[in-house]
Design a binder for this molecule. Structure first.
Ligand code: DX5
Ligand code: ZN
Length: 220
């Protein structure tokens, strides 16, 4: 069984002091940095690109950068983010015409590969590419914005995904993204998730270190 990983989404951070914000949540006990890239095309919002990823790396952030690409088309961004220091790159199957090719680009660039499943996307989309992926990102909200409410049907989907991955024999992480917080993280873990993306629950907390500690305690 994989250890639990917290991947705070910087979408809810204060961009005017991003480096300090990231260091704060890493010091508090988070392991990865979740990097939400939005293009106002695949999703109805615009965030940031690979330059910000490189800036974090140049600032000395050495935690794995967990890049979530909500962009269409996606292939040229895969190359940019691998060069900018991404460790894991997750893509949406709806945002590429050739899923296998895009995953190959990620692997050839030396990064770990993830597939994001929107709330309306069935887990069967993974069937032909399970050997190529390191992570499945279960979207528990529709992508585009932080601070949305967790969609309860995601819990059953995580359970079905856990069973599928276990039956496959591959070691693939299950990450959950959207509306995850200190109150529901335990239940989400019990369904079989091992990686937890959290934006507002961590960055909007009055005391972030205390909030991260609370999340870790609820998971142990
Ligand atoms: C939504 C993003 C999420 C989001 C999570 O499109 O993929 O990572 O920022 O934010 P919270 O935790 O606030 O739902
Ligand atoms: Zn995300």
């Amino acid at each position: 069984k994989n250890e639990f990983i917290l991947s705070p989404s910087i979408l809810s951070a204060d961009f005017a002091k991003l480096g300090d914000e990231v260091n704060e949540v890493l010091s508090a006990g988070c392991q990865w940095v979740h990097f939400d890239v939005m293009d106002n095309h695949y999703v109805p919002n615009l965030s940031f690109g690979s330059m910000i990823c490189k800036a974090l790396k140049d600032h000395g952030i050495d935690a794995p950068i967990d890049v979530h690409l909500m962009v269409e088309p996606v292939d040229s961004m895969i190359e940019q983010f691998s060069k900018a220091g991404a460790d894991l790159i997750t893509i949406h199957p709806e945002a590429t015409k050739h899923l296998h090719r895009s995953l190959s680009l990620i692997k050839d660039a030396g990064c770990k590969a993830g597939i994001a499943l929107n709330p309306g996307t069935p887990i069967e989309v993974l069937d032909e590419v399970l050997p190529m992926i390191d992570l499945v990102l279960v979207m528990s909200v529709n992508p585009g914005f932080g601070g949305q409410a967790f969609i309860p049907a995601s819990l059953d989907k995580i359970k079905r995904l856990r069973a599928k991955i276990d039956a496959s024999g591959y070691n693939i992480r299950i990450s959950v993204d959207g509306g995850v917080n200190q109150d529901n993280v335990r239940e989400i873990a019990d369904c079989g998730a091992d990686t937890f993306v959290m934006g507002s629950a961590i960055f909007n907390a009055e005391n972030r270190a205390a909030r991260v500690a609370q999340i870790i305690a609820n998971l142990s």
